[in-house]
Design a protein around this ligand. Structure first.
Ligand code: AP5
Length: 218
């Protein structure tokens, strides 16, 4: 089964992708995480993406499509993929359809997470990430169980993403409404879209996804 998670910055795509990975064994392909790794490693792609990401803009389609095309060929992806943050433009969506069709695979479902803009800005401003394992927390809704210690790996260093300032979130939101929101109509027309209330607590959103997964398996 192959799924896409779509929603504005801070909607909970990464959080729910992690739930789907741990519960159902999907492979999570997050273009944001892949690009951040490329920036950290100083690769050509990382150098091209770095300034754009820091400004809250969208990385060119060809770069992102190339990253996904290379990754979905890996054998682990055969067990099912949850795409997190990809596609983000109609061109990326068309490329994904082509890539999957070339492998005799299809996209089963597109999960839309709907969240108010004011809540998104609050969530993103309070997000922090473990520097050691990448686990994501939130000062308000998901603090670490022991202050200053990662629940997952015990790491004690955390960071905030450079694109998580209020000003850059506004640029990211603008790109979402301009370039990504047309995907909602695109997938609705294909009968693939399922929309969820992303304002609900994280656990409730995960439970709603579980109900959807049960229905899809029936
Ligand atoms: P990316 O990393 O994909 O960022 P994003 O889409 O802006 O999404 P976020 O990671 O900010 O949020 P999320 O929806 O995953 O929410 P999360 O679960 O973390 O992309 C970064 C950049 O890379 C882009 O701006 C662009 O430059 C580039 N890029 C990436 N993909 C691209 C593409 N395909 N094309 C072109 N450029 C691309 O949750 C957020 C916070 O809220 C967390 O602290 C979490 O704990 C908390 N939270 C989650 N759910 C809930 C809930 N239900 N209630 C309360 N709090 C919650």
């Amino acid at each position: 089964m192959n799924l896409v998670l779509v929603g504005p910055p801070g909607a909970g795509k990464g959080t729910q992708a992690q739930h789907l990975v741990s519960r159902y064994g999907f492979v999570q392909l997050s273009t944001g995480d892949m690009l951040r790794s490329a920036v950290k490693a100083g690769t050509d792609i990382g150098r091209k993406a770095s300034t754009i990401m820091e400004a809250g803009g969208l990385v060119p389609d060809d770069i992102v499509i190339g990253i996904i095309a290379e990754r979905i060929d890996h054998p682990d992806c055969a067990k099912g993929i949850v795409f997190d943050g990809f596609p983000r433009t109609l061109r990326q969506a068309a490329a994904l359809d082509t890539m999957l069709a070339a492998k005799g695979r299809t996209l089963d479902c597109v999960i839309e997470l709907k969240v108010d803009d004011v809540a998104l800005i609050a969530r993103i401003s309070s997000r922090f990430t473990c520097a050691q394992c990448g686990a994501v927390f939130n000062e308000i809704d998901k603090p670490t169980k022991v202050a200053g210690t990662c629940d997952t790996c015990g790491g004690r260093e955390f960071f905030k993403r450079p694109d998580d300032t209020a000003e850059k979130v506004k640029a990211r939101l603008w790109d979402y409404y301009r370039a990504t929101s047309p995907l909602i109509g695109y997938y609705y027309a294909k009968g693939k879209l399922v929309s969820f209330d992303g304002m609900a607590p994280m656990g409730d959103v995960s439970l709603a996804l579980d109900t959807m997964m049960t229905k899809m398996a029936a």
